[in-house]
Design a protein around this ligand. Structure first.
Ligand code: AMP
Length: 509
């Protein structure tokens, strides 16, 4: 079954309900949103001739058109390739090329930068830009019914990065996303029709995936006028729109809770705040519970098992009378209903309670594999289990605590930054001989990027400013190091591999 049936069903059941709002202003009812998606789908299939299974990239910030493109592409039986709007045009172009996308839905302000980056590639890819005549024709085309898809057909090609630095396309099927949605109702939140989900985090990631349960229940979908996370704006929306639900990175939770505390604001307009995607320090969730009350649920997932490995429920977070509360509040909760989670040794043997090993997961949410990357697939999926690359332990009640990441991903302000990508950009500078990038704990951002740089002889005068300019030309702004440390040599092991643990120790000193 095609996942887009959820929108068709809601449009039939509650045609007049407001579906899409920008701030407080309603843009479309469910009937209108479904009609626009059906017409866009008709345009993609019949005017552009795209066959089911073809990939369509969406390179946009959070806008109302994001929703209609997302659902229009799925409705047409095509595959969504969401791309973080903060990526450098070259990075976006690489993904578009790798996915062999046949079309890119791109917002006007990103189209200018993307077009030249795309022409560097082989075949030109047409752009569909909301607001222009082409787009108006698309949403006025002849509507088509939701196109048939089998459960294992590809729905969503989600680009993540591995330690190799090369982005990998995670292949998610309609079944994967349906199982994720079912788990949401069972383990995250039952969702009420009066709820309003607000997209404060990028729709290209978890926030967009979590649109599905709210479409199913016929809720309001609110795009903040700012397009992102502004605590003051969210407080305003909580008062005016009410019953706000949002998916937020841990840093956003902290900033929102701090604002509520500072202003002594009434948090009752917030219904559910789901946090995850990176580590939440126990002190921070305690403080958030103190200032905003029992409105929080934590999820732990990864692109390869989207949003669905474990969940820490609202009731566990709220119940301070429980003897184990102090331990559980720092955990990521228990396995979600449709997946099995184990902690294993390097051979895949389950470990005893409280022993630290790699977290593995299996179930209907686990990806089919990486797009055209059998080697990476074989190392991530073994004997039916997804090896997450995360290290953790499980207690006797099934609560999982993540101890460390075996990957070196840096999570800053809720965005993943892969050190290798930053290293590759820096090493391309003629004055840089060697470089190693690590994350440092940062009170505001969770982690910040620090680069250790060894310069070529004769370039001793080169400063951080020149390297910063170089990064600006090659990678997304948010990935740039916040600090450069110029060193004579990098610590290495016998195989010549840089010892990042020693660099981390250096930072701690
Ligand atoms: P991504 O595939 O971009 O969603 O990144 C997934 C990774 O983020 C996981 O493998 C974890 O390392 C980390 N992560 C996700 N959720 C949590 C969480 N609730 N607590 C700690 N780390 C998390």
């Amino acid at each position: 079954m095609n996942l887009a049936h959820i929108l068709a069903r809601s449009a039939r059941s509650f045609p007049e309900r407001p579906a899409l709002l920008v701030g407080e202003r309603c843009m479309h009812t469910y009937a209108a949103l479904a009609a626009r998606s059906a017409r866009l789908a008709g345009y993609l299939r019949h005017n552009l001739g795209l066959e089911p299974g073809a990939r369509v990239a969406i390179f946009m910030g959070n806008t109302p058109e994001y929703m209609e493109c997302l659902y229009g592409v799925l409705w047409a039986g095509l595959v969504v390739v969401p791309i973080n709007a903060k990526l450098h045009p070259r990075e976006a172009a690489w993904i578009i090329g790798n996915a062999e996308a046949r079309l890119v839905c791109v917002s006007a302000e990103l189209a200018g930068g993307l077009a030249p980056a795309l022409t560097e590639g082989a075949a030109p890819v047409p752009l569909l830009v909301p607001g222009d005549g082409h787009y108006l024709r698309a949403v006025s085309a002849l509507a088509i019914p939701v196109q048939d898809r089998a459960p294992d057909d590809l729905a969503w090609l989600f680009y993540t990065s591995g330690t190799t630095g090369q982005p990998k396309g995670v292949m998610l099927s309609h079944r994967n996303l349906q199982a994720m949605t079912a788990c949401f109702f069972m383990d995250v939140d039952p969702v009420h029709a009066d709820d309003a989900v607000v997209y404060a985090a990028p729709m290209s990631h978890g926030a967009g995936l979590y649109s599905f349960p709210y479409v199913l229940r016929g809720c309001r979908h609110v795009i903040p006028a700012s397009g992102g996370f502004e605590p003051e704006e969210l407080l305003h929306l909580s008062r005016r729109v009410g019953r706000l639900c949002l998916f937020a990175a841990p840093t956003m939770v902290r900033r929102l809770a701090d604002r509520v505390r500072a202003e002594k604001a009434d948090p009752s307009g917030f219904q559910t705040i789901i946090y995850g995607g990176g580590p939440m320090y126990a002190d921070d969730i305690r403080a958030a519970l103190d200032s905003m009350g029992p409105r929080f649920v934590q999820i732990y997932g990864q692109g390869e098992s989207p949003m669905t490995i474990t969940a820490l429920s609202r009731s566990v977070l709220a119940d301070r009378s429980e003897a184990a509360w102090a331990a559980w509040v720092g955990s990521v909760g228990v396995a979600q209903a449709l997946v099995e989670v184990r902690i294993v040794d390097p051979e895949g043997q389950p470990l005893a309670n409280d022993e630290v090993g790699e977290v593995v997961v299996r179930g209907d949410t686990v990806m089919a594999g990486y797009w055209r990357n059998p080697a990476a697939t074989a190392s991530a999926l073994r004997d039916g289990w997804l090896w997450t690359g995360d290290l953790g332990s499980m207690d006797s009640h099934g609560f999982v605590t993540l101890r460390d990441r075996s990957k070196d991903v840096i999570i800053s302000g809720g965005s993943n930054i892969y050190p290798r990508e930053v290293e590759e950009a820096l090493i391309a500078h003629p004055a840089v001989r060697e470089v190693s990038v690590i994350g440092r704990r940062d009170a505001e951002w969770g982690e910040s990027v620090v680069a250790f740089v060894v310069l070529e002889d004769g370039h001793g005068a080169l400063g951080a400013e020149a390297l910063d300019q170089h990064c600006l030309a090659h990678i997304a702004r948010f990935k740039r190091p916040k600090e450069y440390r110029f060193v004579a040599a990098l610590p290495k092991n016998n195989y010549g591999k840089v010892l990042k643990t020693e660099l981390r120790a250096l930072l701690r000193e």
